[in-house]
Each structure stands twice: as structure tokens, then as C-alpha cells.
Design a binder for this molecule. Structure first.
Ligand code: SF4
Length: 290
């Protein structure tokens, strides 16, 4: 554990998004297409944000990416970092790409993405592939085509915020065609109010995150929940466990995500005065978080 913040733990932060300079943006300009999606009270609907972002980062079956790399997570995994997300988490480490999808990234076809991932895996002797960076489920056609081009003996881990999988059960149905797929749904806080505080989105978005798990389960898509708990008191974590157990008993034992204080993240949280109780330095991430 690295640091503790002293701000009022009950504060609910309402953010406004002026043209260029908000605490959440860290003073960076926000793309016009994204800025349009914020309402006057500074909140946004993540489904509408996904639609607006898709217009920018998807063209036919192609999508924008900003990096391909081997990564140490999951014991070694070939990773493609896509551009564009439908949330705005205060602790996001890829904020620059989230807020500026028009300016960042290069177009890649599903064939290019799949062959680059497989090439990295072969070179590094990895057995796992993933799309990470921003939100992979934006651009359904692209994602399913990437999945259909990856060898079935390699595990593909889909790291998602679950918003689009919760909004449309047919998306989960589409994913059930891929036996080498495992979906990790990353919950943004433990309840509706925390979700809204951490993402700036309308609170109902949290229900879509849980709904993603509910949609995947009956379709036999392997999945598990993870949750950012650095901002959550113990009683809220216990309440989340109860909610997850009601979806499936194994979900109560969810993966814990904790804040990593990359410099830009630390600065954003400091400006917002957002309280947290657990965090790690980027050079001291504990093994269980890798
Ligand atoms: S869902 Fe992920 S990529 Fe999107 S803002 Fe949150 S942390 Fe960043």
C-alpha cells in the first residue's frame, strides 16, 4: 500500500466539463465529438458515449489501435491496445486515448490485429491474447472477426467494462461462439453511486455492468467479475459480494483491482480530492495485481 487520501469519504463529486479544462481531463483538451456527449450537469449516458465513440474509432470492420505489445499480466499475454471507451474512470491509465480518439491511433483490420497478436504470442511463447487499452466491445463486428481469426488453442481474454454486453443480450450470444474466450468484467466501484462518482456517468450504468455477467452466464461464456475497491468502504464491498453471489455463487469471490498511482492518475485524483484507502506505486505493483 502506498498512500492514503484524507478527503471526505462521503463526498459525491459532480463534475462539469467545460470546453478544454476539467479536473477529470487533467487540463487536456477534450475531442469535440466526445464533449458533445456530456450533459449540463457533467454526466453522460455510457450507451450514447459508446455510439459517439464508435463513429470515431470504427470504420467498417476496422478499428483504431495505438499499440501492440507483450505484457507481463496473466503470466505473459500478447496485447493489442485499442482506442476509444464509453466510460471516463478517474483512475484510468489510458486517459489520453480515451479522451482523444480522433487524434490517436492507426486503423487495423481484424486480420492485422489477429496476426499481430499471434505473432507476439509465438515469439514470446505465450498462450494468452487480449485486447486492452480502452474498451474492446465498441465495434462488435471488428471484435467478433478478430476472435474468429485467433487459434482456438490460445486463450483470448476480453477485458471489458461490460456496458455494451449488459445493454444487449445478443452481444453475449455472439460471444458464445468462441470456446477459447474468457470475459473479465471490470466493475467501476461497488454500487450505483460509486460507479457514478468514479466514472462521471449516470448511476444506472452500474446495473448494465452487472447485467453483462447475467447475460454471459446462461450462454455459457466463461466470465468473472473484477472490481476497483480502492475507493470503497468495507460495508459496500460486502454488499457487492451479496449482489454478485445472487448472480452466481462463485462471483462473490471477485478479483480485486486497486488503484495504481501513475503520475497523471495521481494528479487527477488529487485535483478532484477523491478519497481512497489503497493504492500502489507503478514500480511496486504486488504480484496478485499482475
Ligand atoms: S473503462 Fe477502462 S479504458 Fe475506459 S475509462 Fe475506465 S479504466 Fe479507462
Amino acid at each position: 500500500m502506498y498512500a492514503r487520501s484524507d478527503a471526505d469519504p462521503t463526498c459525491l463529486i459532480r463534475l462539469s466539463f467545460p470546453e478544454t479544462d476539467s479536473p477529470r481531463s487533467g487540463g487536456n483538451p477534450i475531442s469535440p465529438c466526445i464533449r458533445r456527449r456530456y450533459s449540463e450537469d457533467g454526466m453522460y449516458d455510457p450507451i450514447e458515449m459508446a455510439k459517439a465513440t464508435k463513429e470515431v474509432v470504427c470504420r467498417g470492420d476496422r478499428r483504431k489501435y495505438y499499440r501492440f505489445r507483450p505484457a507481463r499480466f496473466y503470466g505473459g499475454i500478447a496485447t493489442a491496445d485499442c482506442v476509444g471507451c464509453c466510460l471516463r474512470c478517474v483512475y484510468c491509465w489510458s486517459w489520453r486515448e480515451v479522451e482523444n480518439p480522433e487524434r490517436i491511433g492507426e486503423w487495423r483490420s481484424p486480420e492485422q490485429v489477429a496476426s499481430t497478436l499471434v505473432g507476439i504470442a509465438e515469439r514470446k511463447r505465450y498462450r494468452r491474447l487480449r485486447i486492452s487499452g480502452n474498451e474492446p466491445t465498441i465495434g462488435r463486428e471488428h471484435l467478433t472477426q478478430v476472435l474468429s481469426r485467433t487459434p482456438k488453442d490460445l486463450l483470448f481474454i476480453l477485458e471489458t467494462n461490460g456496458i455494451l454486453l449488459g445493454a444487449d443480450p445478443e452481444y453475449a450470444e455472439d460471444l458464445s461462439r468462441f470456446p477459447n474466450l474468457h470475459v473479465r468484467v471490470s466493475l467501476k466501484g461497488t454500487c450505483e453511486e460509486e460507479f457514478s462518482r468514479l466514472t462521471g456517468a449516470v448511476p444506472e450504468g452500474f446495473q448494465l455492468q452487472l447485467k453483462a455477467l447475467e447475460n454471459l452466464l446462461p450462454r455459457n461464456v466463461r466470465a468473472h467479475p473484477a472490481c476497483m475497491t480502492s475507493f470503497s468502504p468495507p460495508e459496500k464491498i460486502a454488499a457487492l459480494k451479496k449482489r454478485l453471489r445472487s448472480i452466481h455463487p462463485s462471483f462473490a469471490d471477485f478479483e480485486v483491482e486497486e488503484l495504481i498511482l501513475y503520475p497523471a492518475v495521481a494528479e487527477r485524483i488529487r485535483k478532484l480530492g477523491l478519497p481512497y484507502h489503497a493504492a500502489h506505486r507503478p514500480d511496486r505493483i504486488p504480484p496478485e495485481q499482475v
